[in-house]
Write a protein that binds this ligand. Structure first.
Ligand code: PPS
Length: 288
């Protein structure tokens, strides 16, 4: 396990030291996945916090207590982060867990289990923009440099959790069969209730229309922004400075158009297209 500055390097993957340690990664490797565990997997800045708001009430009949009383990182912990070993054992079943890990970094028990996965993807140009602003407000990440420099960093995968293209491709493994549901951040923005219905069917669960409305309403961008259990205002300002750029920043699709020059857009699109070639993965934003 190599390390330098703010990051450690774990099996070639850059992870911020603030939340990842040798112990937390040992915990991940040895973790016993239960068949009824539900994972939400994302490349960073693709909808993780949103899933942390949605999954507990979908799994517990619509009760919003945990969303209103427990910080998102303890309510639906990251499997690879230090809080996992503290809170995972105490979570009610079925447990909701998030992870930014590529597929082949999951613990061996995951591959033998029937645990289900919801993979949330987002337009990588908006992921990049969100990440650029996140790097400005989070003191545990490198300074992003100029936007142009950050585009190069993103395309070469020299940032936390590596390349976006490697991540999305890794989770298209046919071994997963019907254990995985693919959704996008953009679909959630467009019609959250429809996506919540899809998630419920995938998990074999039901919720009354009234409870579903409650969950959808609780997890709007506007309401999450004022929920201190989800807006990262509990984190000290010297670690995350919401004044520099709020964690819940804009919550829209297409903000990349305000950041990318035509040249940068062409370069980005060409690299991503080349790397996705032959993968048969089609996203709604491919023609954007
Ligand atoms: S992290 O650091 O990986 O956990 O970040 P993540 O939560 O995956 O992504 C943060 C972006 O998701 C946006 N977000 C939302 N958008 C719309 N509606 C809701 N409810 C919502 N919740 C979180 C958040 O604002 C970040 O995107 P940007 O584009 O920066 O606003």
């Amino acid at each position: 396990m190599a390390e330098s500055g703010l990051y450690m390097v774990y099996r070639g993957l850059m992870l911020p030291k603030v939340a990842h340690t040798e112990e937390s990664l040992n915990f991940l490797q040895n973790f016993r996945v239960e068949d009824d565990d539900v994972f939400a997997v994302t490349y960073p800045k693709s909808g993780t916090t949103w899933m942390q708001e949605i999954l507990p009430p979908l799994l517990n009949g619509g009760d919003l207590t945990s969303v209103e009383t427990i910080p998102n990182w303890d309510r639906v912990p990251w499997l690879e982060e230090t809080r996992a070993s503290v809170v995972l054992d105490k979570l009610p079943s079925p447990r909701a867990i998030v992870s930014h890990m590529p597929y082949n970094f999951m613990p061996s028990s995951f591959f033998k289990s029937k645990a289900k996965v919801i993979y949330v993807a987002r337009n990588p140009k908006d992921v990049l923009v969100s990440s650029f602003h996140f790097h400005q407000m989070a003191s545990f990440l490198d300074d992003p440099g100029t936007f142009e420099e950050f585009v190069d960093k993103f395309l070469s995968g020299k940032l936390l959790f590596g390349k976006w293209t490697d991540h999305v491709k890794s989770w298209r493994n046919p071994e997963l069969g019907d254990r995985i549901l693919y959704i996008t951040y953009e679909e959630m923005l467009q019609d959250l209730r429809e996506v919540l219905g899809r998630i419920l069917r995938f998990l074999g669960r039901e919720l009354s229309a009234e409870a579903l409305d409650r969950v959808a309403n609780r997890s709007t961008f506007k309401n999450m922004k004022t929920n201190k259990m989800s807006n990262y205002s509990l984190v000290p300002e010297n670690i995350m400075d919401n004044k520099k750029s709020p964690f819940l920043r804009k919550g829209i699709a297409g903000d990349w158009k305000n950041h990318f020059s035509p040249e940068l857009d062409a370069k980005f699109t060409a690299v991503v297209r080349e790397e996705m070639k032959g993968s048969n993965i089609r996203f709604p934003w491919d023609e954007d």
